[in-house]
Design a protein around this ligand. Structure first.
Ligand SMILES: C=CC1=C(C)c2cc3[nH]c(cc4nc(cc5[nH]c(cc1n2)c(C)c5CCC(=O)O)C(CCC(=O)O)=C4C)c(C)c3C=C
Ligand SMILES: [Fe+2]
Ligand SMILES: [Fe+2]
Length: 443
């Protein structure tokens, strides 16, 4: 089987001194401190727990410069933009959360995953405290870091709960962590390593295939079922202009899963499509809704949806896939529908995450040599440099203006945008109609 893991405890590594922020000292061998306390920090998105949380949650999301990365000269507009977009988006998002019981299950599931991971590590002989740091809602990453300091953790493994790396998800959380580490002396000296993506791990691939085989068995015409991978989308410009490895990692992940499925005797055909587009800009294609229509038109009668970019149930699985896409599939002539559940606290999956942590421990304080992941393992600062050295301005997924990026054009763009926003707000106030909503969220 070609799925490989980075070999455990074979540190083809360069170790660094966390006090040496300029990276001027010679590589050193990472020494284990006298009191050794291992921590694992799980990074996740976070979600509104009740309907009244939806708007402030969306504000946090759109205030993130990795979701809307504005040119330097108009950065000061980000809070204003986030306020406008979150206000306009909130009713639509709230409808979705209402349909799944009034809030996101993410916090509960992530807490359960943390507990299960601590237990799995204990069973493998490694005591560790597992912390949860969310990017856009409680418990925030800042809170997790306070707990980590309070508990006196000396070695930290940072594990984003996204199998594939994207600038907009793991990248955003790591960028936040990097700035928090920089501004805090205690954190600056905390030895750590990051596992940036882990879609290629055999344990994860096999756990996914176990669930797929279970769901396939529920169909009568098993061999004719179209395996339909639905990944969360990102704007195409993230991949093509900013170098986000997300698409490449996603395609490789699907290839590995299909290879394992075939090895278990299932020769089904498959499709990879991208869901949850936000705004009018072009996102990764094919879009999930268009693919479902096309497959229906081609005569596909049975479909197994496989959510692939996230390991917990959430609004996009429970509402978008289970309700919207299922209905669309029926309308498109697809009679038999199934959906692979999210891994959540699946034993094989959690066991594999525990192995990933154990394998990463020798790399704490070090930059790993080549692994088979596109983004290498290592210290926060080195890692961010590895995929985003130039920190180029990301084209915004929500386009307000795009008339050139020269110094003077930026200034004028900023001024014009500000005037436009004020005019639009005034018009909205006077007319009682949501003008921006029609412009931006024509999904
Ligand atoms: C796991 C992959 C994800 C990527 C990549 C991603 C990029 C991305 N998302 C938005 C905008 C929104 N995302 C929202 C919710 C949401 N996003 C993800 C995951 C990824 N996002 C998850 C798991 C969730 C759900 C959390 C939950 O509460 O269950 C939302 C809010 C919900 C909605 O209104 O649809 C928005 C908005 C952008 C713009 C983006 C890339 C630039
Ligand atoms: Fe999202
Ligand atoms: Fe959505």
């Amino acid at each position: 089987m070609p799925v490989q893991r980075p070999a455990a405890a074979t540190p083809d590594v360069v170790c660094f001194d966390p006090q040496d922020t300029k990276g001027t000292s010679a590589p050193a061998v990472a020494a284990t401190p006298a009191v050794d306390k291992v921590g694992v920090l799980l990074l996740n998105l976070g979600g509104p727990e009740r309907l009244s949380d939806v708007k402030p949650f969306l504000y946090n999301l759109f205030a993130d410069p990795d979701i809307i990365r504005l040119p330097q000269t108009v950065k000061f507009l980000q809070p204003l933009l986030a306020t406008i977009i979150s206000t306009l988006r909130a009713p639509k998002s709230a409808e979705g959360y209402k349909a799944i019981g009034g809030g996101s299950p993410l916090r509960k599931i992530t807490d359960e995953q943390a507990e299960a991971l601590a237990a799995a590590l204990r069973a493998k002989g490694q005591a560790a405290d597992v912390y949860v740091g969310m990017r856009y809602w409680h418990p925030y990453t800042e809170e997790a870091l306070e707990d980590i300091k309070r508990d006196g953790v000396t070695r930290l493994v940072i594990l984003p709960l996204y199998p594939q790396f994207s600038i907009s998800t793991s990248g955003s959380s790591l960028r936040l962590l990097e700035s928090l580490f920089r501004s805090d002396a205690a954190l600056k000296s905390l030895r750590h390593t990051v596992i940036p993506s882990w879609y290629q791990r055999r344990g994860y691939v096999c756990a996914m295939v176990d669930l797929m085989v279970q769901e396939l068995a529920k169909f009568r015409d098993r061999e004719n079922v179209e395996i339909f991978f639905s990944a969360h989308g990102v704007p195409k410009s993230y991949v093509e202009e900013a170098g986000d490895p997300y698409k490449e990692e996603m395609e490789e992940c699907v290839r590995l899963i299909m290879e394992e499925l075939r090895a278990r005797g299932h020769a089904n055909s498959y499709t990879l499509a991208y869901q949850s587009r936000v705004g009018p800009a072009e996102w990764l294609k094919p879009y999930t809704d268009e693919s479902i229509r096309q497959l229906g038109a081609r005569g596909v009668k049975s479909m197994l949806a496989v959510p692939i970019s996230f390991v917990s149930e959430h609004i996009e699985t429970l509402e978008e896939i289970d309700m919207e896409y299922r209905e669309l599939a029926e309308e498109s002539g697809i009679r038999n529908w199934g959906r692979v559940p999210a891994l959540n606290t699946n034993d094989a999956f959690i066991g594999d995450l525990a192995d990933a942590v154990l394998e990463a421990l020798p790399y704490v304080g070090c930059l790993a040599g080549p692994t088979d992941s596109l983004v290498p393992m290592g210290d926060l600062e080195m890692l961010l440099q590895a995929y985003d050295r130039e920190r180029r301005t990301l084209p915004s997924p929500v386009e307000f203006w795009e008339w050139g990026w020269t110094k003077s054009a930026e200034t004028w763009n900023g001024r014009i945008a500000m005037i436009a926003i004020i005019v639009i707000l005034l018009l909205e106030g006077v007319s009682g109609q949501s003008i921006l909503k029609n412009l931006i969220w024509a999904e």
